[in-house]
Design a protein around this ligand. Structure first.
Ligand code: G6P
Length: 369
């Protein structure tokens, strides 16, 4: 087993550090730019189907559901098709409206999650086209779908999903760009910018991983906290959910992810000098808004751990701890901003003596409902 861990203490850490490679593997050979269009290698025959879809439904569970939420922002913004993201377990039992012109994207690392599989069967019976995004080749979900794109993250052993998430987001980004390009909803210059930025993501993830030591020091300060709040807006809102989930899963600290602006409708009541608040506050279209959210937390003496874009000076002047990550397009930011959160939960869990790779009560794939 120590050989399989490749010198890392845990599979989870190894998998976090594999992300530059797994993201690259998930996009390699798939971005085919021709005549100012982006085609997605492997699924070219599905381009028209996606471009003509009236609606895209996404079904998934857990971390895969968070990747689906990122895709909602991407597809609606870049391809202008309405998207609904559903917990597979709710979707399957609520008599959902599904039409023949809908495309259902099922996202699953293992390809074996019972609720996701049942949601697929239901959507299929109503005539929708089912597209799968799975990591495990030949898995039940991969076999149950009409078509799909594998994430090439390689085997993920740690129960808490890390590299599968970024691989899912990578594939979903390509799909959003491909549909937008086909429908003409992305300007050519924007498309080229995004392609160039995406190509740089593996190197920028590599750079982000260099923050490991700094994040470990922050973890040491907060390892005994009983609660954590994670806040983000826009593309970083699903990342806040994912950061909170990672912490809950492996460190057993209660954590909640929230859209930063919703804080005032409840979670703000929890903030005092004991409460660590992780704010994902990178430079994007909602930056000014999140600056005010940080002020609101500081006014109540919460401890702010801020994930910011390199070179930012405004948030660092207010936050207790600052983690600087490279700049990129806001569409791609989840691929970078999730990495420090994975590392933070990992180090906190290790310091608390938790079984990081096999947390209590959790399973890598949930094949029963
Ligand atoms: C379990 C795992 C999670 C995973 C979820 C969905 O709860 O512990 O890490 O996100 O199932 O799994 P899937 O294989 O469908 O992505």
């Amino acid at each position: 087993e120590s050989i399989e861990k490749g010198g890392y203490e845990h599979f989870m850490l190894k998998e976090i550090f594999e992300q530059p490679r797994s993201i690259l593997d998930s996009m390699r050979g798939r971005m085919i730019a021709e005549n100012n269009h982006l085609m997605m290698g492997g699924i070219r025959e599905y381009e028209n189907k996606f471009a003509n879809a009236q609606r895209i439904l996404i079904v998934a569970c857990g971390t895969s559901w968070h990747a689906g939420l990122v895709a909602e922002y991407l597809i609606e913004d870049l391809a202008r098709i309405p998207v609904e993201v559903e917990y597979a377990s709710e979707f399957r039992y609520r008599n959902p409206i599904v039409n023949e012109n809908d495309i259902v994207i099922a996202i699953s690392q293992s390809g074996e999650t019972a609720d996701t599989l049942a949601a697929i069967e239901l959507a299929k019976s109503k005539g929708a086209t089912i597209f799968g995004i799975c990591n495990v080749v030949g898995s039940s979900i991969a076999r149950a779908t009409d078509a799909g794109a594998y994430t090439h993250a390689g085997p993920e052993i740690g129960v808490a999903s890390t590299k599968a998430f970024t691989a899912q987001v990578t594939v979903l980004t390509l799909i959003a760009m491909m549909i937008g390009s086909k429908r003409g909803t992305i300007e050519t210059t924007k498309l080229h910018e995004l392609i160039a930025e995406l190509e740089q993501i593996p190197a920028k993830v590599e750079q982000t991983l260099k923050l490991d030591k700094q994040i470990e020091e922050i973890a040491a300060i907060y390892k005994d906290a009983t609660n954590f709040l994670y806040l983000g807006r826009g593309y970083n809102f699903p990342v806040a959910l994912e950061g909170a989930l990672k912490l809950k899963e492996i460190s057993y600290i209660h954590a909640e992810g929230y859209p930063a602006a919703e804080m005032k409708h409840g979670p703000i009541a929890l903030i005092d000098e004991q409460m660590p608040v992780v704010v994902i506050a990178t430079k994007d279209s909602s930056y000014e808004k999140i600056v005010s959210n940080v002020q609101e937390v500081k006014a109540r003496k919460g401890k702010v751990i801020a994930i910011v874009t390199e070179g930012d000076t405004t948030i660092p002047s207010m936050a207790d701890h600052v983690i600087e990550i490279p700049e990129t397009s806001e569409h791609l930011m989840p691929l970078l901003s999730v990495v420090p959160l994975q590392l933070l939960s990992y180090h906190i869990a290790v310091m608390r003596g938790c079984n990081v790779d096999q947390p209590r009560n959790l399973a890598k794939s949930v094949t029963v409902e």
